[in-house]
Design a protein around this ligand. Sequence first.
Ligand code: ZN
Length: 293
Amino acid sequence: MRLGRFKAGDRVFIGAVRGDVVVDLEKTAATREGFLKDKPDFSEMNSMLTRLDDLAALLKGDHESRVVHPLSGLKILPPLTAPDKIICIGLNYNEHAVESEMELPEEPVFFCKFKSSIIGPEAPIMIPKVSNQVDYEAELAVIIGKRGKHIPEEEAMEHVAGYTCFNDVSARDLQFRGGQWIKGKALDTFAPLGPYIVTKDEVSDPHNLKIGLELNGRMMQDSSTDKLIFNIPRLIAFLSQLFTLEAGDIVATGTPSGVGFTRQPPVFLKPGDVVKVIVEQVGELVNPVVAEA
Ligand code: ZN
């Protein structure tokens, strides 16, 4: 399934994209006898992620009884707006650690963003007044679908609901000033996400996906998730030793080489730019860039 949040008029709903239409999950469920008995919250992606089998069952069978909307008539919202945690892994591709002149980490390095950082596809990335070194980072984000603590590596993939594209937008001047990174990473609009959560059954191998980023149509990052230093089970096992992972949590797995600040001369985002994150089998996430008003 490709699950997204959509807006039609004043109504926000969660749907499954099928070609050029979106299946309205709540309205389709209402046509199925017994499906709403335990009253799932159809407006909330975190709870939908714990019911992927039910949603898949809803999409099977009689085509006529599905309530659909043409995708072209809908606004696409960020697929998640209220994760308990947004965890971003740093320095998880060899060549990116080298270009950043940082030591290769012996265990995963991470930092966090806030809910207020999230924007969806086509929403503008805002260059804040306090930075003139805003950079891009294409990343594969893992979306957790099942709560867990102390998750063993062998069971880690059972806790994954799916994947989406993520842009770890970073203000380098703030990031490298003062010894910790959150100040340069957790600003408003610095977590573009989407367009959809692609459930794991639709991705052949998350550790063998082309990942790239285009800035104004020019390829700036071009790599593969087969270069991840710490793979997804390792990350989930490591993080879940520290805190409980919840359905809806986002784990951004790190960026490959080709970011702006390591280039000669450096490349930073400016108003009018358009940034596109591309992850094979997962999608394309496009965001324009504006200045803070
Ligand atoms: Zn990153």
